[in-house]
Design a protein around this ligand. Structure first.
Ligand code: ATP
Ligand code: MG
Length: 140
């Protein structure tokens, strides 16, 4: 397995409940290293562009409203097999289906307010990292 980077968002339901540290600790315990991080309030334009692949899905408008409802923490994570490792520690999209011990099983409120985002492929990770971070702000 090669060292890899992935992109993570700690979503508004989690920042609202002051869970940034607890969630980040889970990522670190899984062997992922935070090599860039910023707290932002996403604009509607940013959220629509970021979730553009879901534009035709019935939940798209609600998702954009949710992702702009409060601050988020955007992160670049680095580690062995980082994309798959992050998805494993996050758990399934729907917290009711997430494995016990995963971030979503423990912290998510609903299928929408599910506390974290993680890139689903190395290719998407590179695009998502570039969407939010300049190379100079990533310190591996
Ligand atoms: P993410 O992309 O945020 O890491 P994911 O890859 O597990 O999550 P996607 O299918 O990419 O899930 O959906 C993106 C996000 O849209 C989900 O994390 C969730 O917030 C929201 N979402 C997905 N499916 C639904 C649904 N059926 N109803 C409401 N919101 C949904
Ligand atoms: Mg996804």
């Amino acid at each position: 397995m090669a060292t890899e980077r992935t992109f993570s968002i700690i979503k508004p339901d989690a920042t609202r409940r002051n869970l940034v540290g607890k969630i980040t600790a889970r990522l670190e315990e899984a062997g992922l290293r935070v090599i860039a991080q910023r707290r932002i309030h996403m604009t509607q334009t940013q959220a629509e562009a970021f979730y553009g692949v879901h534009r035709e899905r019935p939940f798209f408008r609600d998702l954009v409203t949710f992702m702009t409802s409060g601050p988020v923490v955007v992160q670049v994570l680095e580690g062995e097999d980082a994309v798959a490792k992050n998805r494993a520690v996050m758990g399934a999209t729907d917290p009711k289906k997430a494995e016990p011990g995963t971030i979503r099983a423990e912290f998510a409120e609903s299928i929408e307010a599910n506390s974290v985002h993680g890139s689903d492929s190395a290719e998407n990770a590179a695009a998502e990292i570039a969407f939010f971070f300049a190379g100079v702000d990533i310190v591996g």
